[in-house]
Design a protein around this ligand. Structure first.
Ligand code: C2E
Ligand code: CA
Ligand code: CA
Ligand code: CA
Length: 277
């Protein structure tokens, strides 16, 4: 590697000022971007193990920015959250997702959709009522909606988050703990959460073929999840071997590039059609 004055040269590194400016632009443009159709939802299929039926999809937001191109949600979701605009993002994704489920039901397909929540959604006491309104208006049964939340999100303010989670759960909405295994709390807290599913973080699933530690973590999450009566989902399934190992462990659901990348609405329809013939 080239060095200059003892420091590594890593090509172009944006300055703090540039990062700040870009974030500022993103948050000020977000609402307009929603209206202009720059923001869309992609869907990644989830399949059951071992029979590989398509159970549903995870909704993942995308932003095609006129100047910056395709933006990664890891860049703009935190900025949108920090700016207090996460409600608009979540309800955009929720409405699109519920309409998708409704159109499948009309075609005789019963598949669920999982929407990612931010901890800030749970700071809104009106959140459950707004979700019920959307479910009723779009006419989707609550059990076909899953919300995915990270444990760190829930645990940053449990006194506020827990009553809202209990309310959502009581409505029949499925709740999943996302990125499981990456936080600190894990085991003890999982018992207290009103959740139905645990999603093993993709870092462990990606590493399980080469790292015995990762394999052990995956195995223990499957066992722990089952002992608590939860459905266990593995994300980041990229290889046949990983899927086979997960299947052998009794993991219930698989999601990852091996099955499919996240797809636009049109490409998802084509993918589903190709699978059912
Ligand atoms: P996440 O909820 O953990 O979503 C899974 C991420 O893993 C997605 O990245 C997905 O494309 C990626 N992925 C799926 N299968 C594989 C695989 O086999 N290998 C690898 N290496 N990656 C895989 P994406 O779409 O870039 O989303 C990143 C994060 O942005 C999400 O992580 C989630 O935290 C957040 N996000 C995305 N959409 C939304 C949204 O609508 N609302 C909120 N609040 N957050 C969102
Ligand atoms: Ca997720
Ligand atoms: Ca995840
Ligand atoms: Ca994540």
């Amino acid at each position: 590697r080239a060095t200059r004055g003892g420091e590594e040269v890593r090509g172009y590194v944006p300055s703090m000022g540039q990062i700040f400016m870009r974030r500022f632009q993103l948050v000020t443009q977000f609402r307009q971007a929603l209206e202009d159709g720059q923001v869309s939802v992609h869907y990644q299929p989830k399949v059951s193990l071992p029979n590989r039926h398509v159970l549903g999809v995870e909704a993942l937001v995308r932003w095609r920015h006129p100047e910056f191109g395709r933006l990664d949600p890891d860049e703009f979701v935190p900025a949108v959250e920090a700016a207090g605009l996460i409600g608009a993002l979540t309800f955009f994704v929720l409405e699109e997702s519920l309409r998708k489920v409704r159109s499948w039901l009309d075609e005789g397909l019963r598949m669920s959709v999982a929407v990612n929540l931010s901890v800030r959604n749970l700071a809104d006491a009106e959140f459950p009522a707004k979700v019920v309104e959307a479910l009723e208006r779009i006419d989707v049964p609550p059990e076909l909606l899953t919300f995915e939340l990270t444990e760190s999100g829930v645990m940053s303010d449990p006194a506020r988050a827990l009553p809202i989670l209990r309310e959502l759960h009581a409505l029949g909405i499925v709740l999943a703990v996302d990125d499981f295994g990456t936080g600190y709390s894990s085991l003890a807290y999982l018992r207290q959460l009103p959740v139905d599913q645990v999603k093993i973080d993709k870092s462990f699933v990606l590493g399980m073929g080469t790292d015995l530690g990762d394999l052990a973590v995956v195995r223990s999450i499957v066992e722990l999840g089952h002992s608590l009566g939860l459905t266990v989902v593995a994300e980041g399934v990229e290889e046949d071997v990983a899927r086979d190992q997960l299947e052998a462990m009794g993991c219930d659901v698989a999601q990852g590039y091996l099955i499919s990348r996240p797809l636009s609405e049109d490409r998802l329809e084509a993918w589903l059609l190709a699978r059912t013939v």
